[in-house]
Design a protein around this ligand. Structure first.
Ligand SMILES: Cc1cc2nc3c(=O)[nH]c(=O)nc-3n(C[C@H](O)[C@H](O)[C@H](O)COP(=O)(O)O)c2cc1C
Length: 184
């Protein structure tokens, strides 16, 4: 099974990147192959309406996504939503490559609203792409990441990672053997 972990921020010192790395480590511990990415790594142009679906950069990204069974998205709250850099990754996809996949959501905020708008927005986008969204979200204050995650935070992260991997295995039982799963 292949799990993509997306950091909405490409800067390695960002709390988003650090949290995404932690999420990737938790996922790897479940015996899955992890594909870690972020906007710079994805190498996509901004989809401003002038980029063809079959642009080679977009096609390579669509093929990369098609090989994935589950996704773990990590974004800071930027004006109550995921970052534009992260949204752009999904604006190069039609429904096919993510249909039937499972998505787990993690968002960081500096403010008291704890990134709930961002999580809800990410959920709408994931569902629009035909994916199943894990029912439990993780909203976390970026100061918690800066201070070093405590055990309770790690348990919260692990619960979501475990749910996503387990659900993806049940929905796509052949994912671990790389043969076609349930046709959605
Ligand atoms: C453009 C921008 C918009 C932001 N909007 C919000 C916001 O709406 N709500 C909030 O709680 N924090 C907001 N923040 C704070 C970020 O969520 C916070 O800086 C981030 O989680 C920490 O990321 P870093 O470690 O990459 O600096 C915003 C930050 C930036 C740069």
């Amino acid at each position: 099974m292949k799990v993509m972990v997306v950091s909405a921020i490409s800067r390695e010192s960002s709390t988003c990147f650090v949290l995404a790395r932690t999420v990737a480590e938790l996922a790897a511990a479940h015996g899955v192959e992890v594909d870690f990415t972020h906007p710079v790594n994805a190498g996509l142009p901004i989809n401003d309406g002038t980029i063809a679906w079959d642009d080679p950069r977009a096609k390579a990204w669509q093929q990369r996504i098609a090989a994935i069974h589950a996704h773990l998205w990590v974004s800071p709250e930027y004006h109550s939503g995921m970052t534009g850099g992260m949204k752009n990754l999904f604006d190069h996809l039609a429904k096919e490559p993510m249909r039937g996949d499972v998505v787990g959501l993690f968002a960081l905020a500096g403010g008291a609203m704890a990134a709930l708008n961002t999580l809800n927005g990410m959920s709408v986008v994931a569902r629009s792409l035909g994916a199943w969204v894990a029912p439990e979200y993780c909203a976390i204050n970026s100061e918690e990441v800066k201070a070093g995650l405590d055990d309770a935070a790690r348990v919260r992260l692990e619960r979501i990672v475990a749910t996503v991997v387990d659900t993806a295995r049940r929905l796509q039982p052949d994912a671990d053997t790389d043969t076609p799963g349930i046709p959605f």
